[in-house]
Design a protein around this ligand. Structure first.
Ligand SMILES: C[S@@+](CC[C@H](N)C(=O)[O-])C[C@H]1O[C@@H](n2cnc3c(N)ncnc32)[C@H](O)[C@@H]1O
Length: 277
């Protein structure tokens, strides 16, 4: 009996789990050893303690381009060009590096600029040309800078817009306090629910990225709903953890899609973009 026939014969017996054990053990050990090596390297090379930054794998970047293409109904080539636009924006990159190096909390930040799924946020703003973007949860202001860069490009093409960046922490947003990016950003300090209630203009693009508890995420979407412009887009950064935006989309008669990012060379499993439109 040749080896393949023997293997198939064993697979049909009660010995199958025992016979398969060494192969299963080797597979999981290889996987976990790789994760341990990546984690150990990150522990000594990175300073970040939350809101981790990383590049996307090539495949994940391709999937993100198609995700934006479908949601915004624009050619995928155009989306890739927008990814290239933000990634080759040297002025923004230099600003983030310098502001990070000079920040009081530089001990908890990496100088290398890595946008991950935020390039998707950028492309969505370029595609939809919103007059008002609202981002809840600002942290250092990396996302705010990316969104502001898209709004500045839109304005240069005759489609001006502003970003309201809402955070409960008065120290948040230090990257977004420098011109020209600051010229299109309103940093609002306070609980996001009260800040959404105080908005005095229709919202074209809303991004939840603040308190990621299910209850708070739901409160944000419930509160912003009456303030959305016709055809406005709702995004969540919490889509790998809750179904809140999908439920909201179903209740309000919108479509919903989710993209899950894959970080390159990082132990963190990644976040994603949920969109309702
Ligand atoms: C994940 S970070 C935001 C990341 C940011 N959008 C980016 O692109 O890097 C979450 C932020 O939400 C803020 N936050 C937490 N609870 C909040 C609340 N109830 N209202 C407003 N901001 C809140 C935190 O202070 C923190 O800065």
């Amino acid at each position: 009996m040749d080896v393949t026939k023997l293997r198939r014969a064993v697979a049909r017996t009660r010995l199958a789990p025992v016979a398969a054990f060494p192969k299963r053990l080797a597979r999981v050990a290889r996987h976990d050893a790789k994760l341990l090596r990546t984690s150990a390297r990150w522990l000594v090379t990175s300073r970040e303690h939350h809101n981790y930054t990383y590049e996307l794998t090539r495949l994940s970047r391709q999937h993100l381009a198609w995700f934006v293409s479908v949601v915004c109904d624009v050619p995928v080539k155009q989306v890739r060009a927008w990814f290239q636009e933000i990634e080759s924006d040297d002025a923004l990159r230099r600003h983030i590096e310098q502001a990070t190096a000079g920040a009081q909390r530089r001990g908890l930040a990496d100088r290398e600029v890595r946008y991950a799924r935020r390039i998707g946020w950028y492309a969505i703003v370029r595609a939809t040309r919103p007059a008002l973007v609202v981002e809840t949860g600002v942290d250092k202001g990396l996302g705010s800078c990316v969104l502001a860069a898209a709004l500045l490009r839109n304005a240069a093409e005759g489609h001006p817009g502003r970003l309201a960046s809402l955070d409960i922490n008065p120290e948040a947003g230090y990257l977004a306090r420098t011109a020209p990016w600051s010229e299109v950003v309103d940093l609002v300090v306070g609980d996001s629910i009260a800040s959404i209630e105080a908005l005095d203009r229709p919202v074209d693009l809303f991004l939840h990225d603040s308190d990621h508890s299910r209850a708070h995420e739901k409160r944000e979407f419930d509160t912003v709903e009456a303030r959305m412009a016709p055809g406005g887009l709702l995004l969540t950064d919490n889509v790998t953890h809750t179904n809140v935006l999908a439920d909201h989309a179903e209740r309000t008669g919108r479509r919903f899609l989710a993209y899950r990012e894959t970080p390159a060379r990082h132990w963190y499993p990644g976040d994603g973009i949920g969109v309702a439109w």
